[in-house]
Ligand binder design. Sequence first.
Ligand code: HEC
Length: 154
Amino acid sequence: MVFADVPARLAGVVLGLAVLTLATIAGCAVFRPDEPQVPSRELERGAELYGAHCQACHGGATGGSMMDIPPPHNAEGHTWHHPDCQLVEVVLSGSGEMGEMMRRMMRVPESAPRMPAFGGTLSDDDVVAILAYVKTWWTAEQRAAQAQVTRQRC
Ligand code: HEC
């Protein structure tokens, strides 16, 4: 009798594990919809491009403050306040209206460096990879807020 129960129990355990796994996967999908699902190869490319073209002015994953010029792109900065389309535009076209407005608001001296235009150097895909990399520095709340702003404004 006892032995006859074993396969049934085993089946129960296997089924239980399968349900648990599915529940975990579903839970992640449901409760963290704004977590970036970016392939690691794209993040690596973004990191390389960022290191080559952006890091010298904007710094890395930590440090800096909201008031710095150039602004840090990490969780201390305000990059996450802007929707994707605006970020891409600034990178491809340079400082522009938004940059000038920030400079006036923050009374930045004329001599401080400006955001160069990368339209001739980087492709749209390059910029998307760079932004995906930068987003890994933000908190989950910042990512969610920025995804929301992007949905509303792009
Ligand atoms: C020569 C220094 C310099 C380099 C190099 C540079 N930036 Fe900037 N960037 C700035 C400055 C300064 C600003 C603030 C706007 C202004 O004053 O022109 C800025 C603003 C920005 C902004 C808008 C503000 C924000 O945080 O949302 C983004 C996005 C940005 N840069 C991304 C990049 C990326 C991506 C690269 C590399 C491909 C890069 N920058 C390279 C100096 C630089």
